[in-house]
Design a protein around this ligand. Sequence first.
Ligand code: ADP
Ligand code: ZN
Ligand code: ZN
Length: 738
Amino acid sequence: MIELAAVVVDHVTAATNKLFTYSVPPELRGSVRCGTQVKVPFNRRWLTGYVTPEPAPEAPGIKPIAEIIAQDLFTVRTWALARWISEYYLCHLVEAVRLIIPPGASGRFRVPRLPQVVELNCAREVASSLSSELEPRAPAQARLLQVAAAAAQGLTKTELLRRAQAGSSSLDALLKRGVLTLRELPLGTASCTLLPTGVAPELNRDQAQAVEQITAALEAEQTETFLLHGVTGSGKTEVYLQALAASARSGRGGIVLVPEIALTPQTVRRFQSRFGSQVAVLHSALAVRERYAEWQRIQRGEARVVVGARSAVFAPVNKLGLIILDEEHEPAYKQDESPRYAARDVALKRAAEENAVVVLGSATPSVTSYYRAQSGNYRLLTLPERVASQSLPQVTVVDMRAELAAGNRSIFSRDLLESLRVALLRGEQAILFLNRRGYSTFILCRHCGQVATCPHCEIALTWHKGGRRLVCHHCGYSERPYQVCPRCGSNLVREFGCGTERVEAEATRLLPGARVLRLDADTTAERGAHDKILTAFGRREANILVGTQMVAKGLDFARVSVVGIISADLSLHLPDPYAWERTFQLLEQVAGRAGRGKAAGRVILQTYNPEHPSIVCAGRHDYEGFYRIELERRRRRRYPPFVEVVLLRAIGPAEGVLQRVLGFVVERIGKRVGQGIEGPAPSPFLKQGDNYRWQVVFKGDNLASLKEDLGVLLTELKPECKRQRVRLSVDVDPLSYL
Ligand code: ADP
Ligand code: ZN
Ligand code: ZN
């Protein structure tokens, strides 16, 4: 029983990371504990707060907790994780706490309600006779009964009303009558009443060895990290499934993280078919209430296998055996707003606290992870071959300079066009990848050189033919297109460069019999659209799938024999230390979509830089080769894994102020890192919206004390920054300098 509680208030206060002491009134003494959500007075208003397990120092003027809102939002263990995140990533404590509490619980005086389903509360025959009886005078009620009786399982209120075309008053009447009833039901179970049906295939030798080692580590109940390096299609997922089964046998749960865009129903079904309703799914496409329902099933121990995106690393699995990160190299595992945590490092931290095992899987491990495996921090498991003796697709690197010289001005090389023709004739499918959406990259006046530019960000606008808008890919600004140059009045305004819309149009134009689907942010804006497109492609309603990096990840279509990479160069020349690595990974991933069935796969990789290491190595599926070159470059240039990096960015309307603020920070704490300071300098993307961006990069062998000083300094600078309209943001272990 505690009399004083150390509380985190749910509000980003100026004094960051501070715990506030509240007294616990006698009538609440038995109930207030670590993880209790409470309502507390704060500066003459009410705030939500969270009771922590930390000691609560006596202080003058302590006020009492007003009431309890909810219990068990976190445990002592997850609290420790939040603490660590706020210290390591220099974020506000409450931002970290919001990661570990249930979805939708932050800042409210009420936890979200579970979704309700309407169910029949009488025999079907009764419902049917009552329905005929009601038909003449209350047809809406009659329809409701029919629909409810016909449904295999309870429908949500909205769904039922929609299907029966009825209003809620009709529903209320039936509920009152007692023939229908409302039930709170975790949607996760509703969506998956499956029994496990999938049978585990017999593992090949490499897979078996991997599972064996993971199982041994699980049995030892000691934390251990494995790096599972397996080429695309080598059966990594099967290793995950059997490792999860091993964890379950020892009575412990598991978390599987996949990148958000790979979290397709295709992926989820693989886990559900093995573990049935034991699986909980967490991703951002779910409504908050649905996520909350899943969260509760996990907390109650009903779901023992969690499949989810980045934030699922915080899932309240209570006896955790295993955390798996599929495609561990994915930048999506790092949150790109505060708190800028990396799910991989949180997973390692969490596993260490809970004696759990971590499996990092990838065909193209991040250079950092592979280095850690080479230096003995992780144990390396290798699956060098595809299962069922399929071979990796053969890659042809096409030099687009030579195409141009030969008079081919099309976006398709002759080789690609020919391969596509043949594939379509054979009834096979193809994937075309280009990491840029829209129709053309920019529009330019051939008379005066005027380029349509975002008035805020000062970068070229992309022409979206479908939506008939010129769009800024940086801030979302858009405007109407024009045919006549606004500067010189000439009508020589032309489109340059190429995006997925244009690839789609060209494929349709050049290939007889092409039925093209496009998968990018524009075609998947609507809920469920992503799945719809992939299902249609899987059913062979189309034979070509064009897309951005959405087509690169996780897709497993057996009939895809050709993958065309329209331009491998897009990401290669970005002013970013990770551009080479990112490009290599992306190319290897896309290539891996080909030849997963019986037909051999072929990849046509188009580039203007055929000698670049990222491209040469991707062309040979040579991960090791790329790793060696990239590691040497990192050693020379002092990039991770050889140093730690903290990026401090200042954002605001006046460049001079940004430079001054950053200069001041460098002066105050720069001595700590000696030589390892780059900047202050303009960020590669100088403007976003109407704000400028400047940055300074700190590098060093160990930045712990620098971070400590920086944290203090940032708090100190807050009022001044507010006055000067500058926002400072810290990125620890940044994955991009852009
Ligand atoms: P990865 O995750 O490495 O890309 P997958 O796990 O998706 O590879 O495996 C590729 C395909 O091979 C899948 O269709 C999977 O069901 C199948 N598969 C995996 N392991 C085996 C095995 N041991 N025997 C037969 N088929 C397997
Ligand atoms: Zn002009
Ligand atoms: Zn813009």
